[in-house]
Design a protein around this ligand. Structure first.
Ligand code: FES
Length: 111
């Protein structure tokens, strides 16, 4: 038997104005837990690159070492890529933030 134990966290995810509640293990991505709960979070690459699954964490903490598509300072502002985000606490987050993340990262370069 494996002696690894994993914590389970309560996730509240808002998507298109609707709140969804589900659980996520600490070794499971929030996206995969959302999919198990049949919450239709948009996703594409599932590798932390495309930002389709971007969300904004409002409460709680995630571990997202592979989130290549989000700059560090924006991660600190709460942006997260759910396909590579592992919960480290109960979470409250808003999904569907791809456009907001794009604006935050690149909006300053547009005229
Ligand atoms: S689905 Fe591409 S970054 Fe998450």
């Amino acid at each position: 038997m494996s002696d690894t134990t994993s914590a389970i966290y309560a996730i509240t995810l808002e998507l298109d104005g609707q709140r969804h509640h589900f659980q996520c293990r600490d070794n499971q991505t929030v996206l995969s837990a959302a999919e198990e709960a049949e919450v239709p979070v948009p996703s594409s690459c599932c590798a932390g690159v495309c930002t389709t699954c971007a969300a904004r964490i409002q409460e709680g903490e995630v571990h997202q070492p592979d989130a290549m598509g989000v700059k560090e300072d924006l991660r600190n502002e709460g942006f997260a890529l759910l396909c590579v985000s592992f919960p480290r606490s109960d979470l409250m987050a808003v999904a569907g933030q791809e456009d907001a993340l794009y604006q935050a990262q690149f909006g300053q370069y547009q005229s």
